[in-house]
Design a protein around this ligand. Structure first.
Ligand SMILES: [Zn+2]
Length: 449
């Protein structure tokens, strides 16, 4: 008897070991498939200014079909496809969930990277190098992997889940998210809450963004004046007047930056002004004419306003001090978006327990072992501004902890383990959002600053 029992025990132990092995092998191969799909998406070169969107569309549609999502490709502007995927929920009348990401990436200076920026090379640490690995092809595919896992688990959503892949975010989203969010297609989705991009966090806590600084104001100031010989001393040359302006603008910049350096304000609470180009001089094949004072000179600035900034007073300052007519100066905005909505208030999504979308998000992240920083204001503009302007709740969140912030930088990478963890985080969030029964009123989710 004893022998028979021992034999039985041995068999069941062996079975458990074999099962454990096969499970580990299965999950190992699933993980490598997930990483492979991420690398495939990263290898598609969708860098501005000439993003190759069509291969990205084909790839996303292939994934969506393999998961079993409904697919649509919307083209508000020719060759700028918006991909919309849908998993229909049981309760069609409840507002839906929209998971947004952008398909384009910023350009990369190949020679300054350790690995080719569109090779998606994975090194021995599991770091995957590619333009878009953080901003934000990771998020787009993590959404899809999370949906794939939820389908496999037999999950049935109550609320409808939409996933959008939009073009041109890196060039302000005019032909992408702005067109989409302003469309009848978007109205018909009855969106209740949107997830969009956030930023990596160098420590173990994830970051969530509930609002953002203004979209850029791109200012060009121009000075004109009489040209003159390089040896002549005279007042009001174009160069003299432009440099005076640059000096005044840089003083303003320093005053704002000092507040940050002194710890009196965070970066998103001040107005940033950064010079981005200077244009003057008469070119020659090898440089510039050196004995001629030019008749025109220009400088360009990227300005970001904090949510509480007074736009009118800044505009007055630009007209009176930065580019005054009295110094033969003019100015022009290449880009300028309002920082407030139609009602004159800057809108942010409520990030406390009075907003159920926040409560669910926080709980889902904590449930899978994630940790969170206090919610923050995003320092730049994202597509989320278009939905917030419509009064819809939106959170910026890219699940990348223990990761240096490398968006738009050389050698952008994301570790495979962080990527896989992020898929689990989205699974938890989507499951929770799509199962939420209660009605959520818009007034619960938005607040004035
Ligand atoms: Zn981005």
């Amino acid at each position: 008897m004893a022998d028979k029992n021992n034999f039985k025990t041995l068999i069941s132990t062996l079975t458990i070991v074999l099962l454990a092995f096969s499970y580990a092998a299965k999950s190992e191969s699933q993980h490598s498939q997930l990483i492979h799909r991420f690398q495939q998406y990263l290898q598609i070169n969708t860098a501005q200014p000439t993003p190759n969107y069509m291969p990205a569309v084909d790839f996303i549609l292939l994934q969506a079909k393999s998961i079993g999502l409904d697919v649509q490709v919307l083209e508000y502007v020719k060759s700028k496809p918006v991909i919309l995927l849908t998993w229909q929920g049981k309760a069609k009348s409840l507002p839906s969930i929209l998971l947004n990401s952008h398909t384009d990436v910023v350009p990369a200076e190949k020679e300054k990277w350790v690995h080719e920026p569109f090779s998606a090379h994975k090194d021995s640490n599991g770091d995957i190098y590619a333009r878009g690995s953080q901003d934000m092809k990771c998020v787009g595919l993590q959404y899809l992997e999370a949906l794939r896992n939820l389908k496999d688990k037999g999950f049935v959503p109550l609320r409808t889940i939409h996933v959008s892949f939009v073009p041109d975010e890196e060039i302000l989203g005019r032909d992408g998210a702005q067109m989409f969010v302003g469309s009848k297609d978007f109205d018909s989705l009855n969106v209740g809450v949107v997830l969009d991009e956030g930023l990596a966090s160098p420590d173990e806590n994830y970051r969530v963004f509930y609002g953002e600084r203004s979209a850029p104001w791109w200012l060009v100031v121009k000075a004109v004046g009489a040209p003159g010989h390089g040896s002549k001393l005279y007042d009001n040359s174009a160069m003299e007047n432009l440099l005076k302006s640059v000096e005044i603008i840089m003083r303003f910049r320093a005053a704002q930056f000092d507040l940050v350096k002194a710890g009196l304000a965070c970066e998103e609470e001040v107005i940033s002004v950064n010079p981005v180009f200077l244009k003057a001089g008469t070119p020659t094949p090898t440089g510039f004419v050196m004995n001629l004072q030019p008749s025109e000179a220009e400088a360009g600035f990227d300005i970001r306003l904090s949510l509480g900034a007074n736009a009118e007073s800044l505009e007055k300052r630009i007209a009176e001090e930065w580019a005054p007519a009295s110094r033969n100066m003019t100015f022009q905005f290449k880009e300028k978006e309002p920082i407030k909505n139609k009602l004159g208030v800057p809108l942010v999504t409520v990030a406390n327990h009075s907003n159920p979308w926040w409560t669910l998000l926080e709980a889902a992240i904590l449930k899978v072992g994630g940790k969170l920083h206090k919610p923050e204001i995003f320092p730049a503009a994202t597509d989320a501004r278009f939905v917030r302007r419509r009064g819809i709740a939106a959170f910026g969140f890219s699940p990348m902890a223990n990761t240096p912030i490398l968006l738009h930088d050389h050698n952008e990478f994301l570790n495979e383990a962080e990527y896989l963890k992020g898929v689990g985080v989205y699974e938890a969030i989507i499951e929770s959002y799509a199962s939420y029964m209660e009605a959520v009123e818009d007034r619960d989710t938005l607040s004035e600053l």
